[in-house]
Design a binder for this molecule. Structure first.
Ligand code: CMC
Length: 396
């Protein structure tokens, strides 16, 4: 005791040096490799963003073409993965399926798991980025009892994903540019977020020398929790519950419940450990929400109206103001995904698909750091002092 700093939840401990993502929580600023998220969301697509996160610089046209060609070459998963999927119950949560199937990828690539070899690391990164959409779409198709749809490499990353989700042998998915762009934006906004819980999980798992597929599976497990990636699912469910109970008129009652500490109810999609002014991703997501609902002729979508009314009331309420609680990216991303036709249970899977590049970039940075050590937090021991083991007859 007294030897270690007690810092539950890592409120004030930096566990690494990183040059990937910068957040200024007071200013509401998010930068990938120095570029503001607002500019990346408007000027770049998801694979350009991936290239930036992995390599530190935006690609020129030739670099981009080569990167896209390399990723698309790896979009298929081994045909045997089908049997792995078929071992799951149809009603399994897609995140349970993803934890398993992504971890299982390491069994297919054991010939390129030497993490000290840069080429092995690079090809693992590409494989993960390329195969995640295929696995997420397979998890969905399996859950609804439809045949798996193979990737098509003449389509963009996001258009290919939408097609794998929504095509079936009777009807091909017609690419809608506004919807594809909205998905691409969701992916860009979720691509990295410095040392959040799942990224720290990936780093900690990787610090032992574990292979990248196993580390990303660990990240997916962490992301699943409702306080992290599961929040988009929880936020949409919350909006649907309020809507069922009467909609906008019931907001006051709901807010009162949130403020009652004994209720255990939180306003999902609100609050953030780092952003204490606003979450810049939430602003961009709300814009995308408008675009998608307009494109689909859903201007009067009751959930969107409810979300905006709830945001307005919360932002004027002393409870939220004094605690600096603002909408985070997940407050609106659920509404966009629902409009795209993505089922609620798959929302966190989409988040995993986006964050894979961040996880792998952070993992790579850690592996390449000469100061890298196995992650081994200490503890302040508060249990029993040394004592003798009593015989069975004397135990209470
Ligand atoms: N609704 C009601 N009260 C809240 C909320 C909320 N969403 N968030 C925080 N508070 C209260 C909290 O009870 C505490 O009150 P008091 O000081 O009276 O005890 C105060 O605000 C400070 O909160 P905290 O729990 O100390 O903050 P934290 O940094 O530990 O938690 C958080 C951050 C994101 C886990 C939390 O705000 C939360 O649970 N939000 C809802 C879930 C959510 O939307 N998560 C998505 C985060 S963004 C996407 C991602 O990174 O995955």
């Amino acid at each position: 005791t007294g030897k270690f700093t007690y810092d539950p939840g890592f409120m004030s401990t930096a566990a690494c040096n990183s040059s990937i993502t910068y957040i200024d929580g007071d200013k509401g600023e998010l930068l990938y490799r120095g570029y503001p998220i607002e500019q990346l969301a408007v000027n770049c697509d998801f694979l350009e963003t991936c290239y930036l996160l992995l390599n530190g610089e935006l690609p020129n046209q030739a670099q981009k073409d080569e990167f896209v060609a390399t990723v698309t070459k790896h979009t298929m998963v081994h045909e045997q993965m089908q049997f792995f999927f078929r071992g799951f119950r149809r009603d399994a949560h897609p995140m349970a399926v993803l934890v398993g199937t992504v971890g299982a990828l390491s069994s297919f690539y054991h010939d390129s798991l030497d993490i000290s070899d840069k080429h092995h690391r690079d090809v693992s990164a590409i494989r993960l980025i390329a195969k995640l959409p295929t696995l997420v779409a397979m998890a969905y198709k399996y859950s609804i009892g439809q045949p798996f749809v193979y990737p098509r490499n003449d389509l963009s990353y996001s258009a290919n994903f939408m097609r794998m989700m929504f095509s079936n042998p009777c009807e091909d998915y017609k690419v809608n540019d506004v919807l594809v762009r909205a998905l691409d934006r969701i992916l860009i906004l979720h691509a990295d977020h410095e040392q959040n819980a799942s990224t720290s999980t990936v780093r900690l798992a990787g610090s032992s020398g574990a292979n990248p597929f196993a580390c990303i599976a660990a990240g997916i497990a962490c992301l699943w929790g409702p306080a992290h990636g599961g929040a988009n699912e929880a936020a949409l469910q919350m909006l649907e519950d309020i809507q069922k109970q009467g909609g906008v008129e019931r907001i006051g009652e709901f807010i009162a419940k949130v403020k009652d500490k004994n209720s255990g109810v939180k306003l999902m999609g609100f609050g953030h450990r780092v952003y204490k002014n606003y979450d810049p991703r939430a602003k961009l997501m709300r814009e995308t929400c408008y675009e998608v609902l307009n494109e689909l002729g859903l201007h009067d979508d009751p959930l969107f109206k409810l979300a905006m009314a709830l945001e307005k009331i919360a932002l004027e309420d002393e409870y939220f103001v004094s605690r600096k609680l603002y909408p985070n990216v997940d407050f609106y991303s659920g509404i966009v995904q629902r409009a795209l036709g993505i089922p609620v249970s798959l929302f966190t899977g989409i988040f995993a698909m986006a964050r894979t590049v961040g996880w792998i970039a952070q993992w790579n940075e850690m592996i390449s750091d000469p100061e890298q050590k196995i992650g081994r937090p200490r503890q302040l021991f508060v249990g029993s002092p040394t004592r003798e083991v009593p015989p069975m007859s004397k135990r209470g």
